[in-house]
Design a protein around this ligand. Sequence first.
Ligand SMILES: *Cc1c(COP(=O)(O)O)cnc(C)c1O
Length: 423
Amino acid sequence: MKKQPFVTKEKLEEIVAKFPTPFHLYDEKGIRENVKALKEAFSWNPGFKEYFAVKACPNPALIQILQEYGCGCDCSSMTELMLSHALDCKEGDIMFSSNATPAEEYVYAEKVGAIINLDDITHIDYLEKAIGHIPETICCRYNPGGLFKISNSIMDNPGDAKYGMTTEQLFEAFKILKAKGAKRFGIHAFLASNTVTNEYYPMLAKVLFEVAVKLEKETGADIKFINLSGGIGIPYKPDQEPNDIRVIGAGVKKVYDEVLGAAGMDDVAIFTELGRFMTGPYGCLVTEAIHEKHTHKEYIGCDACAVNLMRPAMYGAYHHITVMGKEDEPCDHKYDITGSLCENNDKFAIDRMLPKIDMGDLLVIHDTGAHGYAMGYNYNGKLKSAEILLKEDGSFEMIRRAETPEDYFATLDCFPIYKKMFE
Ligand SMILES: *Cc1c(COP(=O)(O)O)cnc(C)c1O
């Protein structure tokens, strides 16, 4: 499938005239259509709720859009909890799926009405010490170990993941929690990341539903929800077939009826904690080609770098690139598209076939709406970019300003030379 930007060249030029590159641009229309499709796909389950994984794109303007459709927030840190609380999340609107959690974060999570998802059996005592009791609603994170396979291909390796409890620990944890006063239980698992197949959620659901039936039988715990977490992926590459959320929803319904329905547990709510799927395709990084270098290879230097988008440098991830205005020109030039960090892995693409790039061309780096801006950092003293929202009516708005040197140096304000930096 041909990957096309959600913004036209003319519109982008209008935006660039007002906000200098680089910046992340988000597509309100795409976000709304996608969240509507998700809700419809799971409308067969009355308790269904998506808790948006805040870490994927922690921008309040975007989270507010998702909240209009009943989404809550999935958090794993103090600042994510603070943001979600400020966004008016009520009791039960936050899922706290953290790991290696500091005590003060449990205290705050409880204070703001989050559902606590315990990553380990030892966290029961830790939580009880931290907040003085066991909450009546509690969730446990499950890790069955081994390899997670679909047909014959390995999707991921849960046995090598730091998250969750073993099967024995999960049963034991439910018994302990029940004895300590927990009344409403949930189970959670995240067994494979960025899956581009409609089979992942139904397979995961089957594992969790079967465990849920056994857990209720053996422990008498009242299981109220099953959290399928994140992991539904997006087609970063043009040859990938996108997931069909309707097929996924129907696939989960089928195993729900077969396993939970058959066991008389048809009042269990399905929760999700999708991040990438909710915003990934609806964001892009806009950057200008500002240098060309003809040495042992052909290089194009951009005004964005890995601090704006770390995935290619971090995991060699593919992000599609469109040279705006040259969509129909032949891809007959082989380039490395680089940023300005003093790190040779600061490349958005390596040996990528693209149309001839001229200085001043705008490049759109696709699918940066999740784990894009959010993974940003400040190496080389580089500053994080702005975020702009392209609205449904074609207008656009800055939803986060770019960092300034003042932001970067702010934590040195205790230091004598602080003021001199701005002279
Ligand atoms: C990262 C994460 C998610 C979101 O994952 P995506 O792949 O972005 O959907 C959800 N839940 C937890 C606990 C996570 O760590």
